[in-house]
Design a binder for this molecule. Structure first.
Ligand SMILES: [Zn+2]
Length: 412
């Protein structure tokens, strides 16, 4: 028996390296070659791993949208993978380089049952038109489209590209493509009203403050009664993903507009650099940890800041208690000598002597299913996450640098 057990163990161990290498190999840089080759015969390329489960009705809708666009449309449907999440933003560029035809290149990726779709429009030389990003950003229905099947988002992206291409009106999304609950979702919690300036805290010397603060927060947590009225409903990670991706696109649009200016002042150049720094960190977080709530919320905060900075608006810190809230335009005393930025709602909760519910995340034990306890993110170990360490940039405005630094740590 022990011999058999040992043999089984050995076999398992021997198999491990092969398994861990497999996903990377399955996609490798040949993926663009495979897609470009498939497009020679069919402008809708479905990865072979998806073919067995892809409904014919979805493909028929996508093909109809491709045919009726009136300009070249290339669509690729692929499973999400480490290769794609690392290099996914370059895929349209790589594909356009291989195909060489102007048009819209649409990449649809699926993870579990959630589709996300990106499109890049390459115009024939000299032809001017609207920016696809700005069409997307101004589409009021963009966040209401269902994402549990591929056609609705792909068709919408092609329609947006058509509007960008020759300014034709954007049709309404059919009711069957809209999320039933979308009426109360979307932009209910936005930053539209807040115009107050960022109460700057320098980047240096924050570790001490952060540690004191985290200790203070932990102490205080036990002694303060919770606000019951704002209770219970956990944040849906998919909502935060959508809002982050939408903000990333808005920031890309704002940066593209800034880039197009012929003569930029020194101040505009500085703003451009700062916005790119934040946007790059936001993309990194989305690409490296697509399913992680802290990373998605961090990306949302950074992209929102990048958009503001690129458009010439004042930088705003997030609400310390929940970065998915409106920006932290109020300052509240948290412990004896620490003030944190907070949204108006959280500020009024603190003013009443209570603790805002805060952004909640599963404890580590909860990740393995033994314990589904949700805790405020600020009670986690700051060493484990740049988002916790900086309060999503509310405690120290160096989240982009910390994201880059923590990534280097992981690579090492
Ligand atoms: Zn808040």
């Amino acid at each position: 028996m022990p011999v058999r057990l040992l043999a089984a163990l050995f076999a398992a161990v021997a198999f491990l390296p092969a398994l861990s290498v497999l996903p990377a190999h399955a996609d490798t840089p040949e993926l663009p070659d495979r897609i470009a080759a498939a497009w020679k015969t069919d402008h809708v390329s479905v990865d072979e791993r998806l073919r067995p489960t892809m409904p014919a009705s979805e493909l028929a809708r996508i093909r109809a949208a491709v045919k009726s666009a009136g300009f070249p449309v290339y669509v690729a449907l692929v499973p999400q993978s480490p290769y794609l999440s690392k290099g996914g933003y370059d895929l349209p560029t790589l594909l356009h380089a291989r195909v060489g035809v102007p048009g819209v290149y649409v990449i649809a990726t699926v993870s579990e049952r959630t589709w996300s779709v990106g499109g890049t429009l390459y115009r024939p030389a000299g032809l001017r038109g609207r920016d696809l990003y700005s069409v997307k950003a101004q589409d009021p229905q963009r966040l209401k489209v269902v994402y549990d099947r591929p056609a609705p988002l792909i068709v919408r992206t092609i329609q947006q590209a058509a509007t960008a291409y020759d300014d034709r009106p954007l049709p309404a999304v059919p009711a069957t493509d809209l999320r039933p609950d979308s009426a109360e979702r979307g932009l209910s919690v936005t930053d539209k009203a807040d115009r107050a300036t960022f109460i700057g805290m320098g980047a240096g010397g924050f570790v001490g403050l952060v540690l004191t603060l985290v200790l203070g927060l932990r102490r205080r947590r036990g002694t303060v009664k919770r606000e019951k009225s704002v209770a219970a409903r956990p944040v849906d990670v998919r909502d935060v993903q959508l809002r982050a991706d939408q903000k990333i696109q808005a920031a890309e649009g704002a940066l593209a507009r800034l880039d197009r200016r012929a003569k930029k002042s020194t101040q505009q150049l500085d703003r451009r650099d700062d916005a790119y720094r934040r946007l790059d960190a936001a993309r990194t977080l989305r690409a490296d940890q697509p399913e992680d709530l802290l990373a998605c919320a961090g990306a949302l905060v950074l992209a929102r800041q990048a958009e503001r900075v690129a458009s010439g608006a004042a930088l705003q810190p997030p609400c310390f208690f929940d970065p998915t809230h409106n920006p932290g335009t109020a300052k509240v005393g948290w412990s004896d000598d620490v003030e944190v930025p907070a949204c108006q709602q959280c500020a009024s909760i603190v003013a009443r002597g209570n603790t805002p519910r805060g952004l909640r995340v599963p404890t580590k034990a909860g990740l393995f299913g033994h314990d589904t306890k949700q805790v405020p993110y600020w009670t986690l170990d700051p060493e484990d996450s740049p988002m916790v360490a900086t309060g999503f940039g509310a405690l120290s405005d160096d989240l982009p640098e910390q994201v880059v630094a923590s990534r280097k740590d992981e690579v090492r």
